[in-house]
Every structure is written in structure tokens, then in C-alpha cells.
Ligand binder design. Structure first.
Ligand code: PHE
Length: 459
């Protein structure tokens, strides 16, 4: 274990930081709109199954690989396998961190912009008007670049401050704030007229809405929302000590992440249904539909402000975990100082994100060879539908066949002592090991493989 490597100051702070990474735009912006488009409760049900049988085991493994090696993804795979192939898998994570942040920080910029618009007070009567406003603003490269830059500088500033002063302190205050704001929005949503329609949309499954696509989207989203497949959790795990309990931390992070997605779903669908809007409005659901709806409620000014503040907070705590992957890579492998690594990676990602920002104006017509996808769309598509599941696939293969499940369990037991949920006795039981082994060796890789076949149109 390297001596000068910073560590979390307490287990709670690690959990807050890991939850801060997991809870992000994926929960508040993405989950409601894909659930809205895919049958609500039916999607939620399948997504939760994916979280439990695929997401949770991979979450444990990622954090574990980080803690066991105390290294970034590239260094972690090199330390454990010694084979160049696995180093490339780590490098894939660094590349994914780059790709995700290049579009994620644009949405982060929108959240900042809408927080400021909310502060001025929204004046839209309908989603149409709000939609036109959104398009108009984005057609101005300076507007989008300005807010994107503001968001980005915030993220870089936190990373520069280091693990304890930066990552930890940010999550420690921002996460509880986020939870609190969301709780207010849920209560406010539930007392609206016809709120029960929104609630039943989210909790009463219409099984006829389920098809292969639902399953695949749910799986992909499980990766994205738990920050899996690119080494973010591995990097956070690398700042943990052997005394920390990974199994229960993973359980809690997955629970919190799902709980917050559901809270966001309730907050949004109660408003949507109460006003008779369409839950399948798509990615615009948050930016087009919520400002007019929220601002028309009693006290709407504050709810609108709270909501976008919440979105910004959630985006920041996730974005820092994305950038941290590439920064820790440079710090560990190239031996750069944290400051130098942050400035280099920050600049590179910033440059990479410029085409994404310009995808809404100057470069709107530049699309990738016949796909119709702009730079922004492509970064999103590549990350969520390809890079993360691919990373997850290799993680499962690595843990199941190279590192082996016995070694995984042996390592999981380290630090796992006085457990409330998954104590030593459970981890040691033969049936637990058998189930874990089955999930890691077969269920995860095969499901992910099927996703790929589907993505490429081969099934
Ligand atoms: N989990 C984050 C979200 O839901 C996104 C993310 C993906 C963060 C991958 C880190 C790594 O918004």
C-alpha cells in the first residue's frame, strides 16, 4: 500500500462519496424519462432486478479491485493480472471517463443555467414555450459554452482540492442537501390533485409494455446509474482501507441510488400527471416540462429553484467521480502531482467537450457517418450503450475467471465483520458463494453479451 495515497476519513464519508457518484443526472434526468417512455412501473421492476443481480455484484467487485490494489483502473488490472490485455481494459475505463464527461458536463451546464433561470423566475406557460426557449438558448454557442465552462470549473476546483478536502467534503454536504430537497419535492408532488395517477404509473406495472428493448435499456441504465464499468467505483474504492466493509457499503449505495431514482420518479410523475402532460416526452422531460409546471404551483418559484439546484448538485458529485478516474491514472502511473494531473486531464476533457457543446448550434449538422448522431449524441451513445457495458463485461470475466470467485469472497471478507445485513456468516456460506459465482460467471457476462448483440442489430 503506498504511503502517500490519501484515504477517506471515515466509512460514512466513503459511502456518501460513492452514493454521490451513483446519484446523478442518471437518476433525476434520465431515469424518469426512460421509465416514462417504457411503461413506468414495468420498467422500474426490470431495472430493479438488473440492479440486484448484475449491478450489485459488479459494484462489489469494482470497489474491491480498487481497495485490494489501492490503484486506478489501469494500475489495478496490471497489479492483479500482469497481462497487457487487462491493462487495456483499465485504459478503456479512462477513455470512457473522458467520453462520459464530455457530454455529462454539458447537461451539468444546463442544470447550472436553469438554476439561474429559476432564480430569475420562469415565465413559461406551456412546455412548448419552454421547449422553444431551450432551443433558442442552445442555439447560442456562447450561452451553452459559458454555463458548461462554469460547471466544469466547479468540478475541476473540487478535484484539485484532493480526496478529503475536495471529494469528501463536497459529497458530505451536497448529498444530504440533495436528499432533503428531493424529499420536499416528493411531498409537494404527492399533495397535488390527481397525484395518485403519477404514483400508479410508477408502481402498478402494465406488463404488456415489456419487451426485449425494456430489458436491455434497464440493464444499460443499471450500469450508468451505479457508475459501473469505467472504474469510477474502483478509483473511489482505492481510497478505502482494509478495515472498511465493502459488501454493506455497496448494498447501501445501490439502495440509496434506487431510492433516489424512485423519489425523483414520484416528484416528476405526480407533477406530469396532475397537469395532464405526456410522460413519454423524452429527454426534454426535465427541461421542457418541469419549469412551466413547477412555476405555476403555489410556491412554485422555490420548487423550481430547488429542483434545478438539486440537479446541479447531483451532476457535480457524479462528474467529480468521472474526472477522478483519469486524474488518479496520471497521478499513479505517470507520477504527476494531483494539480498537474487535474489541469492536464481537465483541459483535455474540456477540449473534447467543445464539439458536444457546439452540437446544438454550429455543429448541429455534423453527424457521424450515416448515424444521424451529433458529437453530443455520439458521446452519450458510445458511453452508455457500449463502453460501460463492455467494461462491466470484462470486470465480470476478470473476477469470475481470472481472479476467481474464491479470491473475491476472501477479499470481501476482509473488513466485513459486525455486519447488519451481509455478515461474515452469510459470506462464508456455501450457497452464497455458489449464487455469487453463478451471477458473476454466467448471468452478468451473458446478459451483457446479449445487449451487444441487440445493439448491433444481430438479434
Ligand atoms: N452514475 C452517474 C449518474 O447516474 C453517472 C456516472 C456514470 C458516474 C459512470 C460515474 C461513472 O448520473
Amino acid at each position: 500500500m503506498s504511503n502517500n495515497r490519501e484515504q477517506w476519513s471515515s466509512k460514512t464519508n466513503f459511502i456518501l462519496a460513492a452514493a454521490g457518484s451513483a446519484v446523478g443526472l442518471g437518476n433525476i434526468w434520465k431515469f424518469p424519462y426512460i421509465a416514462g417512455e417504457n411503461g413506468g412501473a414495468a420498467f422500474l421492476f426490470i431495472y430493479m432486478i438488473c440492479i440486484v443481480i448484475i449491478g450489485l455484484p459488479i459494484l462489489n467487485i469494482e470497489i474491491l479491485l480498487g481497495r485490494a490494489t489501492q490503484k486506478n483502473p489501469v494500475g489495478a488490472f496490471r497489479a492483479l493480472s500482469g497481462k497487457p490485455f487487462w491493462t487495456y481494459v483499465g485504459a478503456l475505463g479512462v477513455f470512457a471517463s473522458f467520453t462520459i464527461l464530455s457530454f455529462y458536463s454539458i447537461v451539468g451546464g444546463w442544470s447550472v443555467a436553469y438554476t439561474i433561470e429559476a432564480l430569475k423566475g420562469f415565465t413559461f406557460d406551456t412546455p412548448q414555450v419552454a421547449g422553444e426557449f431551450f432551443e433558442l438558448k442552445n442555439s447560442n454557442p456562447l450561452w451553452i459554452m459559458g454555463y458548461h465552462t462554469a460547471f466544469f470549473l466547479g468540478v475541476v476546483g473540487i478535484i484539485l482540492s484532493g480526496v478529503r478536502a475536495g471529494l469528501e467534503r463536497a459529497s458530505k454536504y451536497l448529498m444530504p442537501a440533495l436528499f432533503f430537497i428531493l424529499a420536499i419535492l416528493v411531498v409537494q408532488g404527492l399533495v397535488l390533485p390527481d397525484a395518485n395517477q403519477g404514483v400508479s404509473f410508477l408502481f402498478e406495472p402494465d406488463w404488456s409494455k415489456i419487451n426485449a428493448q425494456t430489458f436491455l435499456l434497464a440493464l444499460g441504465h443499471a450500469f450508468f446509474t451505479l457508475s459501473l464499468g469505467m472504474g469510477a467505483m474502483m478509483t473511489y474504492g482505492s481510497y478505502l482501507s482494509d478495515k472498511d466493509d465493502i459488501v454493506n457499503a455497496s448494498y447501501l449505495v445501490a439502495f440509496l441510488d434506487t431510492f433516489i431514482a424512485i423519489m425523483a420518479g414520484v416528484a416528476i410523475f405526480t407533477v406530469v400527471f396532475s397537469s395532464g402532460y405526456d410522460p413519454t416526452a423524452g429527454p426534454g422531460l426535465v427541461f421542457h416540462v418541469l419549469p412551466p409546471l413547477l412555476s405555476q404551483l403555489t410556491g412554485g418559484y422555490f420548487f423550481a429553484l430547488l429542483f434545478f439546484l438539486l440537479l446541479t448538485i447531483a451532476a457535480i458529485t457524479s462528474a467529480i467521480s468521472i474526472l477522478e478516474v483519469s486524474v488518479s491514472y496520471l497521478v499513479d502511473e505517470v507520477k504527476y502531482s494531483r494539480k498537474k494531473a487535474t489541469l492536464i486531464m481537465g483541459t483535455l476533457v474540456y477540449v473534447a467537450s467543445i464539439p458536444c457543446a457546439l452540437s446544438f448550434n454550429i455543429l448541429a449538422d455534423v453527424t457521424f457517418l450515416g448515424t444521424g448522431l451529433t458529437f453530443f449524441d455520439m458521446a452519450d451513445y458510445l458511453a452508455s450503450n457500449f463502453l460501460l457495458p463492455l467494461g462491466g463485461f470484462f470486470l465480470a470475466i476478470f473476477a469470475g475467471y481470472v481472479w476467481k470467485v474464491d479470491e473475491v469472497v476472501k477479499n470481501l471478507l476482509i473488513g466485513n465483520s459486525r455486519s447488519i445485513y451481509f455478515g461474515n456468516s452469510i459470506l462464508k456460506s456455501k450457497s452464497f458463494v455458489a449464487v455469487l459465482s453463478f451471477l458473476i460467471r454466467y448471468v452478468s457476462p451473458i446478459s451483457i453479451f446479449l445487449v451487444f448483440l441487440y445493439q448491433f442489430g444481430w438479434i
